[in-house]
Structure formats: C-alpha cells, structure tokens
Design a binder for this molecule. Structure first.
Ligand SMILES: Cc1cc2nc3c(=O)[nH]c(=O)nc-3n(C[C@H](O)[C@H](O)[C@H](O)COP(=O)(O)OP(=O)(O)OC[C@H]3O[C@@H](n4cnc5c(N)ncnc54)[C@H](O)[C@@H]3O)c2cc1C
Length: 411
C-alpha cells in the first residue's frame, strides 16, 4: 500500500489548565503526547531512563499504524529511515535457500514500513520535544486521586497535580502495577526471546534470513543499519528460562544456537562482543480494564502482543491516536477512557490472538521430520499452493481485523 505524503500544519493551542502526565517516553507515550498537545493539553512526559531509549531492532508499522503515521505527517521521515528490507528468505541449516517470500507476500514478515525501533522513537521525540516537557530520570512514586485531579509524587518527592495520567511504560510498567495490579495477567507463550545486533558483513544484503533450527530454535537476521545486522532469536523454554537452569542468558542463547547450522554459528561466534541485548520470556500483557479513576493505560502497558507479532508499534500508535481523539471529543475523561477501550480493545485482542502457545510450538519445530515439514509448508506458501489454507488460518486468528481497523477523524 502506498501512503500519501499529507502533512498537517502544526496548530499548537495550549490551555494551561489542561495539564496531563504521560509516563513513558517510548513509542506510545510520545505519540499520545503529540495528539494531546494538538488538542490543547499541556503535556509532561516522565521517562525512567536518563535519556531517550533509542535501542531496539526492526519494528513493523503496518495496517492502521501506517494511517496514524500519515496523519502525523511522518511518512517521509519514516521512509528516510526505512531499512530497505526486500523480503524474507528461509534457509536450511547449511545456509541454502528453501523459499523466498518477497516484501508483502503472504507470510512474509517484511511490511511497507520497516524501521529500527530506536530510529522511530527518535522521530517521535523530535516531533514532540519542543511542544511537550520531557523529564528524564523521572518515575512516579505515588498517586493520589482527588475529585478534580490526580496528585502525583515523583521519585524525587516533588508533588504535582495533573488532570489525568496516561501510563505508557511498556510491558513491565510499575505505575500500572501501583494502580491496577489485580487487573493484570501475563500470558506466557512457551518461548523465550532475545534481540540484539551483530556486525554487518559484506554478504548481508537487504533480505531477512530465517532458519528453523532443530530443538525449537527460530532465528531471524534482518538488515539493520550500515554497520549492523539485527538478530531475533526465539526458542522453546519453560516460563522461568530453560529447564531447571540458572545459566546466564548468553549461555542459554549459545545453547539454543549450538548445532543449528551456519547462520546460527555466525551469531554464536559474535555473542561475546554483544553488549546491549534484550532477553526475556515471550509474554503478552492482558489487563481486564485499561483505566482506573484518572489513570489510563496505552501501548504495551495495556496490551503488549509480544515483539514476535510485529504488531506492538502499530498498536501503540493506534491506541495513542484513539485515546487522545476520544479525550478531545468528551468533556469527561472517564467517558473518553471508556470509549477508547471500547474501540481499541477488539483490535488489540485480535493482534494478541494471532499468537497462541500452540502456534509458537508449531513454528518452533523440534525434530528433523518437523524441520522437513516446515520447509515443505513454507515452500508451498512461497509457491502459492498452501496459501489459501494458511490464509484461512490467519483470518480466523484475526489478522484481517487487525489490519482493517478504521480510524475516526478527530480533527
Ligand atoms: C529499549 C527497547 C527496545 C525494544 N526493541 C524492540 C524490538 O527490537 N522489536 C520490537 O518489536 N519491539 C521492541 N520494543 C518494544 C516496542 O517498542 C513496543 O512493543 C511498542 O513500540 C510499543 O511501545 P510502548 O511505548 O508501549 O512501549 P516501549 O517502547 O517499551 O516504551 C516504554 C517506555 O517507558 C519507559 N518506562 C518504563 N517504566 C517506566 C516508569 N516507571 N516511569 C517512566 N518511564 C518508564 C521505558 O524506559 C520506555 O522508554 C523495545 C522496547 C524498548 C523500550
């Protein structure tokens, strides 16, 4: 899908009485800050980290998320940082191509917009930093709900009143736990995941390379920037890591890569030098209600689908757009929170339902026979032969619902 390059004239009308706090300066937070500021709110963004967190690997911006990008006038900025990924190649253990899925082909992980998370976070920050007040190294220590505001005590013990608080702190949000711990459930999908960067090699082109390794290891290398290639490694494991094992994360990764072929050997040989890497359980966040009093959740804090879906960034953008839009439509924040959840929850749940422990197990093949069957299936998809069956399964999982979310026009 091609997107228009429509840019909205900035029209920042700030009403000092409408002061709101957004906790979390990742993706959902700055996106929400943009829209709330546009609707006349004075926005403070509190970020726990000492500076902008511009780490992370490839994120897809698909479906309705692309339309939010368009409404924010960011199409050109995102295209300028596109990783230029052409599509995805499945390889066998020896590194031979099993099947090729070009960009946007059914089953391919490559979308219209492929950008590194850090580049995208930087774009959102640059867009909002002059209109919104960013406070780094800042967390909420305590919240007190009052009749006309919420009184926030920050980590440094300063106290400030806000009309409401938007919690966009990502999966492990502590403010969410402070306010609605009872409502939160983590759904573990049966695998652990890690993402990090390794040095780019001359042979690295603009294709993502995926290997189904034996023993439930799934490995994807993707184009990053001029000097780095990104790695997404997932492997079947019990919820607390690997069977009864307190080994350091890198040892667990090495074990998951061992004997899984040439690409895995390359990644394994680079592991020692990797300093910045994410490692953790592949879990989703399910929250039975997304707001309580004057606090509302958005993005991964409310409905993390796991990075494995590739939907988290689009969901964050759509949630931020709808939440701010409903706040601009309703006089009462509580009514706006309810309207936002009613609209976005089916979309978020459809994205989350794309992944189940059974599907994760299906993708993470274990035996030689399963590897051979996976190669047959992916070849069939590439040739179009098994596409109808695979598409039917995907549709039943809600892929279409997730892509077809219709954005209201709020301005
Ligand atoms: C460093 C990093 C790397 C990532 N890499 C990838 C990736 O490679 N692939 C992928 O698909 N997804 C990745 N993600 C997740 C992806 O950004 C989200 O799924 C999606 O964009 C939704 O964004 P979010 O704003 O809801 O959450 P996040 O992007 O996680 O942002 C949450 C922000 O809140 C901040 N925060 C946390 N707790 C507090 C607190 N108590 N007070 C104030 N601030 C707080 C965090 O520091 C972070 O900046 C990454 C997230 C982070 C933070």
């Amino acid at each position: 899908m091609r997107l228009g390059r429509r840019t909205f004239a900035a029209c920042w009308v700030v009403n000092p009485d409408k002061k709101v706090l957004i906790c979390g300066g990742g993706v959902a937070g700055p996106a929400c800050a943009y829209w709330l500021n546009k609707y006349g709110y004075t926005v403070v963004v509190a970020e726990k980290a000492p500076g902008l967190r511009d780490g992370g690997q490839n994120v897809d911006i698909k479906g309705a998320g692309q339309r939010v990008i368009e409404k924010m006038g960011l199409v050109d900025a995102v295209i300028a940082k596109d990783t230029q990924e052409q599509g995805q190649k499945y390889l066998d253990a020896a590194g031979h191509v099993v099947a090729t899925l070009p960009k946007q082909a059914f089953g391919s992980l490559t979308n219209d917009f492929e950008i590194l998370r850090g580049d995208f976070a930087r774009i959102l920050y640059d867009l909002t930093q002059d209109q919104c007040e960013y406070r780094f190294d800042t967390v909420v220590a305590y919240l007190e709900e009052k009749s006309h505001c919420v009184s926030v005590t920050f980590g440094d013990r300063t106290v400030e009143d806000f009309e409401f608080v938007v919690c966009a702190e990502g999966m492990g949000s502590s403010t969410r736990q402070m306010v609605m711990a009872q409502e939160v459930r983590f759904r573990y999908l049966g695998a652990h995941m890690s993402f990090f960067n390794i040095p780019r090699r001359p042979e690295d082109d603009h294709w993502a390379l995926t290997v189904n390794g034996l023993g439930g290891t799934f490995l994807t290398l993707r184009p990053g920037n001029d000097t780095e290639t990104t790695v997404l490694l997932t492997f079947l494991a019990h919820e607390d890591g690997t069977p009864g094992d307190a080994a350091a994360p890198k040892d667990l990764l090495r074990r998951a890569l061992d004997g899984r072929g040439t690409i895995a050997d390359r990644v394994s040989s680079e592991l020692d030098a990797v300093e910045d890497f994410y490692f953790g359980p592949m879990s989703q966040v399910h929250v039975s209600r997304w707001s309580k009093g004057r606090v509302v959740l958005v993005g991964d804090a409310a409905y993390c689908p796991t990075p494995f879906t590739g939907s988290g960034t689009a969901l964050a953008l759509v949630g931020a757009y709808v939440l701010a839009g409903e706040l601009s439509r309703h006089r009462d924040h509580a009514e706006a929170f309810v309207a936002y959840e009613r609209l976005v929850r089916p979309y978020a749940e459809a994205a989350q339902n794309q992944l189940t422990p059974a599907l994760i197990r299906f993708i993470h093949v274990k035996t030689r026979l399963e590897v051979a069957l996976a190669h047959l299936l992916i070849r069939g998809i590439a040739l179009g032969a098994t596409q109808r069956i695979a598409k039917l399964i995907a549709d039943r999982r809600g892929t279409e619902v997730a892509d077809e979310f219709v954005l209201a026009d709020y301005f």
